[in-house]
Design a protein. Structure first.
Length: 197
C-alpha cells in the first residue's frame, strides 16, 4: 500500500472487533459488497497470486477478518458511488493487529469521506485501539509505522497528516517526546491535520 493510507492499530483483535468495524463502516457508506453485483471478495496479497479474488459471504469475511486462523486478509470496500479501496488486516508484532486502508486512489471528495468514516469507526471497533496514522498522499509509506505506534522507537523522516499513539508510547519516542501533541483520549495526536481527525 504505497498510495495514501489510514493505518489503525489494535490489541486483542477478535471476530467481534472485525464485526463491529465492518458494521460501523457499512453504516458510514463503506461496504464489502459490490454495489451492483452484491458480491464480497477476498483479494490475495500473496506475491505469487497478488490481486486474485475469491468470492465469500459476508459471514465468511467477518469470520476470516478476526484472524483466528490467518496472519492477514485483504478485501475491498465499496463506496455508494461504486469506487473501491483495498483493506488489509494483518498481524503485526507484539500481538497487535493492523487494519490498513488504502485511500490514496480515491478522488478527493470520496477520500475525505473515507478518511472521516474510518476515523469515526476505529476507536469503536476495538476498545484497545492503541493508535493510528493518516497519510493521504502516501509520502511516509516507507516509515516503519509498526515501530512508531507499537514500540515507540522508529525514526520519522517525514510527517504524515496525523499520527496518534498512546501517551506512554509518545513519551518514549525520541521525536514525539519533545513535541506538543493534542490529548484526544486515549491517544496523543500529532500532525498538521490534528483537528480534522
Amino acid at each position: 500500500m504505497d498510495a495514501g493510507f489510514f493505518y489503525s492499530y489494535h490489541l486483542g483483535w477478535t471476530r467481534l472487533d472485525a464485526r463491529t468495524l465492518l458494521g460501523d463502516l457499512e453504516a458510514e457508506g463503506l461496504r464489502p459488497a459490490h454495489p451492483v453485483t452484491g458480491r464480497t471478495v477476498l483479494v490475495s496479497l500473496d506475491t505469487a497470486s497478488l490481486g486474485a479474488r475469491s468470492p465469500v459471504t459476508r459471514d465468511q469475511l467477518l469470520s476470516i477478518a478476526g484472524l483466528q486462523r490467518l496472519r492477514e486478509v485483504g478485501f475491498r470496500l465499496w463506496t455508494d458511488g461504486g469506487l473501491d479501496l483495498l483493506v488489509r488486516i494483518r498481524q503485526a508484532r507484539a500481538g497487535v493487529v493492523v487494519v490498513e486502508f488504502s485511500v490514496g486512489e480515491l478522488p478527493e471528495p470520496e477520500r475525505e469521506h473515507a478518511v472521516s468514516a474510518i476515523r469515526r469507526t476505529v476507536g469503536r471497533a476495538s476498545v484497545l485501539c492503541i493508535g493510528f496514522v493518516v497519510d493521504r498522499s502516501g509520502a511516509t509509506a516507507a516509515t516503519d509505522w509498526d515501530g512508531v505506534v507499537i514500540e515507540g522507537d522508529a525514526h520519522l523522516h517525514s510527517w504524515p497528516d496525523t499520527v496518534a499513539v498512546r501517551d506512554e508510547t509518545a513519551a518514549r519516542h525520541p521525536q514525539l517526546a519533545v513535541m506538543d501533541g493534542v490529548e484526544m483520549s486515549p491517544w496523543k495526536v500529532y500532525g498538521n491535520e490534528v483537528l480534522g481527525v
